[in-house]
Design a protein around this ligand. Structure first.
Ligand SMILES: Cc1cc2nc3c(=O)[nH]c(=O)nc-3n(C[C@H](O)[C@H](O)[C@H](O)COP(=O)(O)O)c2cc1C
Length: 119
């Protein structure tokens, strides 16, 4: 989760955000200007190291389905709150992977920008 004040990892068990890096990586995530100004950018990461029960050939597909469901929930929430959102697959994968300090097992699936719709 990229916010102006830093990069956070969502920890579902405790429902908290853990600070990974006190740096604004929103600009690293995009090729599109609107991302720079949007307050929040979500980054969906598959951690293949935690998917040992899933055959290796199917991990990417399972993780992509999960990212689709998660991002759809964000769409629903944003619609209910009058916010704008867009999923994005067009981003600099290498730069973002580096900025986030991901391991070889961790693979970025999608990003999703959340912001205020233009009037
Ligand atoms: C998997 C996926 C990846 C996408 N990647 C991008 C992207 O990188 N940038 C972008 O502007 N739209 C991207 N889109 C399209 C937007 O999500 C959206 O459908 C499109 O901008 C139309 O939005 P609107 O109906 O709100 O105008 C992607 C859509 C999907 C399903």
């Amino acid at each position: 989760m990229a916010l102006p004040q830093g990069l956070y990892r969502y920890e579902p068990q405790r429902h908290v955000l853990l600070l990974i890096k006190a740096e604004d990586v929103r600009r690293v995530t995009d090729y599109q200007d609107f991302v720079d100004n949007a307050p929040l950018d979500l980054v969906y990461v598959a951690d293949h190291g935690r998917m040992k029960m899933v055959p290796a050939a199917q991990r990417e597909a399972y993780a992509s389905v999960a990212a689709g469901a998660l991002s759809q929930n964000v769409y629903l929430f944003c619609a209910s709150q009058g916010l704008g959102t867009v999923v994005r697959a067009w981003f600099d994968r290498d730069a973002l992977t580096k900025a986030m300090g991901l391991t070889n097992d961790q693979h970025i699936l999608l990003t999703q920008t959340v912001g205020y719709a233009k009037r």
